[in-house]
Write a protein that binds this ligand. Structure first.
Ligand SMILES: [Zn+2]
Length: 161
């Protein structure tokens, strides 16, 4: 009985010690980490103060270079998207349309599924990915004028006479 009690006491003591060791480890590491963060913040602040105190040319040059780089990047991205759009306008029509040329040099889309032979704006379908009907805005003896109300693309079909 005595032996068992002593053993339990011993193990309790032992584990208690381990727990205390772990706790002190965690606490000290936390303190260290906290100190590290504080030191880091201090360094960053010192660096900022130093940078803003250095004669202007250095950091102005750096920010100018950065600005220039981002400007060039935006330009290149825009150019690439423009190229992509050009590629899109050169490729074959979307599956639901067939291409139609109402007058020389003008191309529109006609729906394959819809029974009414309405004309759809090619630019809106290719570039904007929307379906926009071309509407007749003017009709005279000289001819008919059509326009897309979304992108304002328009064309005129002259009378045959
Ligand atoms: Zn359009």
């Amino acid at each position: 009985m005595h032996l068992k009690a002593t053993l339990i006491k011993c193990t309790k003591l032992f584990f208690g010690d381990i727990r205390r060791a772990i706790v002190s480890c965690i606490v000290s590491s936390l303190i260290l980490a906290g100190g590290g963060v504080v030191t880091f913040a201090k360094t960053a602040r010192d660096w900022l103060i130093q940078t803003s105190n250095t004669p202007t040319p250095l950091w102005v040059t750096i920010s100018l270079i950065l600005l220039g780089c981002s400007y060039i990047y935006i330009k290149v991205a825009k150019f690439q998207s423009k190229l992509n759009h050009q590629d899109q306008s050169n490729k074959s029509p979307p599956p639901q349309y067939s291409e139609y040329q109402p007058t020389p040099g003008v191309f529109v889309y006609v729906s394959k599924t819809s029974p009414n032979r309405e004309w759809y704006c090619k630019h809106c379908a290719d570039v904007e990915n929307t379906q926009s009907t071309l509407q007749m805005v003017h009709h005279s003896a000289a001819g008919k004028e059509y326009q897309c109300h979304k992108c304002k693309f328009g064309f005129r079909i002259l009378s045959k006479e």
